[in-house]
Design a protein around this ligand. Structure first.
Ligand SMILES: Cc1cc2nc3c(=O)[nH]c(=O)nc-3n(C[C@H](O)[C@H](O)[C@H](O)COP(=O)(O)OP(=O)(O)OC[C@H]3O[C@@H](n4cnc5c(N)ncnc54)[C@H](O)[C@@H]3O)c2cc1C
Length: 427
């Protein structure tokens, strides 16, 4: 008897799960249907480069349906709600899809309306975001016309996807204004709700130092309550203000309104409550979550989504066969961080191990937490791997789903901890 797998979201996670699963089983065994609200698949890491004129929206967008292997159905419609008890998905266009297994891969939604003033007067004129294709495209001419003043890069609140992207924006802005010969006329400030540049101590220390070296000021523990696009001010809930002439804001992220309309599926932010190792939803045994939509305690990143794919597909197969699930996912995340001047650094971590210095994937390889041209080339090449290897569900040579430990320099990490304890900045 044919079993029905419905995948909500045809982005990174939905596409790679559909393609991996299609390879594993024939259309007689498993029918696979992917649902997405649109047919425009954006290579999101490319959004970082658009404002600086280094790439263009048309170079990073492809039709979604074309990324799916033959034998996978595609429905273009928004999801309205999931009825867990009935094993049904209700679409906004009125269709109802029954399922044996449901995969939630609908990523995040930018909740711009939660921040007072953000999309009010000044939006897309002097207040921008590069977290959407439209926003990144609108920012490009605004940056090109900017000839001096105060630029702030602000993360409204965590979690956000790719938590290093706003830092990369600061590094590239420093490079961009230097290239244009006006860096001394631009005040760059990074405004974050965190107490440092990043969530994990060793990387935070390293990345914070790089901001300082590049003359980017940092304002920490700033919880943005209002963006005043007319007066040019970020206003925090505690009353602090940061003035700007141009603001680049990463809005609050949520997991999607339809999850809120699907009782039991999500948490308060509408992310799917998910077992962090099996990636099975806590709402029902026949629901799995992958990528940014899951509330697992690792970064929301394409790399994480990629590494989760193996476990999700294996566990769908196991579930349908009545076998015990595999606790396969270790929280592995891996990100190139573009730092300008044709260099990048790389971080690699999982649930138990924070980003450490050393090399990836073994003692010989790309340098971790250290800038290099090779890392920059890796970041650029990744777009090719994304379309041709990751989305089609092929393994990328040398890059396994589990975090490699061989090249990690734990002594160096220990030194940073010891220094911080000496300085009294860490317990
Ligand atoms: C600026 C930027 C830079 C980034 N850089 C990196 C990087 O360098 N490295 C890295 O690893 N990651 C990076 N990321 C993050 C990465 O792109 C995401 O983590 C990844 O795409 C997550 O995959 P996903 O499948 O969970 O979600 P997505 O790929 O976002 O897919 C979600 C899909 O669900 C659909 N959807 C949502 N709601 C509904 C609904 N109600 N009905 C129907 N369809 C719906 C959407 O249309 C979308 O197609 C970056 C992201 C941004 C924004």
């Amino acid at each position: 008897m044919t079993q029905h797998v419905v995948i909500l979201g045809g982005g990174t996670g939905g596409t790679l799960v559909a393609n991996r699963l299609r390879r594993l089983a024939s259309t007689d065994e498993i029918e696979i249907v992917v649902v997405d609200q649109d047919n425009q698949h954006v290579y999101q890491p490319g959004l970082l480069f658009v404002p600086f004129g280094l790439t263009h929206p048309e170079d990073i967008v492809r039709p979604r349906a074309r990324q799916l292997h033959r034998g996978i159905g595609f429905i273009e419609s928004a999801v309205d709600r999931v009825e867990i008890e009935a094993n049904e998905v209700h679409l906004a266009d009125g269709q109802v899809l029954g399922y044996d297994v449901l995969v939630v891969a609908t990523g995040t939604t930018l909740v711009t309306e939660e921040t007072e003033g953000l999309t009010g007067p000044g939006w897309m004129e002097k207040v921008f975001t590069f977290y959407s294709a439209e926003g990144a495209a609108a920012l490009e001419p605004a940056l090109a016309a900017f000839d001096g003043g105060r630029v702030v890069v602000n993360v409204v609140d965590m979690p956000i996807k790719c938590p290093v992207a706003p830092l990369e924006f600061c590094f590239l802005a420093d490079w961009y204004f230097r290239e244009r010969g006006i860096r001394d006329q631009v005040e760059l400030t990074y405004v974050t709700p965190l107490d440092g540049a990043f969530t994990k101590p060793v990387a935070s220390e390293r990345l914070g130092g790089m901001l300082a070296d590049k003359g980017v000021a940092m304002v920490t523990e700033f919880n943005t309550g209002e963006v005043d696009g007319v007066g040019g001010r970020l206003v925090a809930y505690d009353g602090r203000e940061v003035p700007f002439d141009l603001a680049v804001v990463v809005p609050l992220h949520g997991g999607g309104d339809y999850i809120g309309r699907s009782p039991g599926l999500g948490d308060a932010l509408n992310f799917v409550t998910t077992d962090e190792h099996t990636l099975q939803s806590k709402a029902a045994p026949n629901i799995f979550a992958i990528g940014d939509a899951a509330n697992v305690p690792t970064s929301k990143a394409g790399s994480v989504t990629h590494f989760e794919g193996e476990t999700v597909v294996d566990n769908i197969r196991r579930f349908l066969a009545g076998e015990p699930l595999l606790e396969g996912f270790d929280g592995h995340a891996n990100c190139f961080i573009e730092t300008g001047f044709h260099k990048a650094l790389l971080i690699d971590f999982n649930y138990d191990t924070e980003p450490l210095p050393g090399h990836y994937p073994s003692k010989v390889g790309l340098s971790l937490l250290k800038e290099s041209r090779l890392n920059h080339l890796g970041k650029l090449m990744f777009q090719w791997f994304y379309w041709h290897s990751l989305l089609p569900g092929r393994d990328i040579p040398g890059i396994g789903a589990d975090m490699p430990t061989a090249g990690k320099d734990r002594d160096d990490a220990q030194k940073v901890h010891d220094q911080k304890i000496e300085k009294g900045t860490e317990q």
